[in-house]
Design a binder for this molecule. Structure first.
Ligand code: ZN
Length: 143
């Protein structure tokens, strides 16, 4: 188990806006857009695949509860993201505690205007050899 003594999400000083037995949700600070939530397990976990089935269930119950509220009251859609980037040091922009981002989206919204409209060029046609490569990655029992 990693040292979580310095983990700000293990001793939250922010207002938890929704929680259940194993997970909690609060507004991200810093945030990308208004309504940018973070949903985390209450237990300190760094690798997403270490979440138990019960933790996953509680996390996604919160995510979908909030997503439904965001879409029905605020926006047209929502994004859910989980980044695993252990190569970035923990700091203001990165906390090692597993977290899921959830934020409302609108047609051609701020995120689209400042970032995503430039990402269209990143998409290229799938090379069939990639299917083989990744099929074998998933087939290998090396974990
Ligand atoms: Zn933590």
């Amino acid at each position: 188990m990693a040292d979580n003594g310095s983990c700000p999400f293990c001793k939250l000083d922010v207002r938890v806006l929704k929680e259940n037995k194993l997970a909690q949700a609060f507004l991200s600070n810093p945030r990308k857009v208004p309504g940018h939530f973070l949903v985390i397990p209450k237990r300190h976990i760094e690798k997403p695949w270490e979440l138990t089935k019960d933790e996953l269930q509680d996390i996604f119950e919160l995510i979908y509860f909030i997503e439904k509220r965001l879409v029905s009251k605020l926006g047209q859609g929502a994004d859910i993201r989980q980044n695993y980037r252990p190569f970035i040091n923990q700091g203001k922009m990165k906390v090692n505690h597993v977290l899921f981002h959830l934020y409302p989206r609108y047609n051609e919204d701020y995120l689209y205007q400042v970032s995503e409209k430039f990402e269209a060029d990143l998409f290229t046609e799938l090379d069939p050899s990639e299917n083989e490569e990744f099929a074998s990655l998933l087939a290998d029992d090396k974990s």
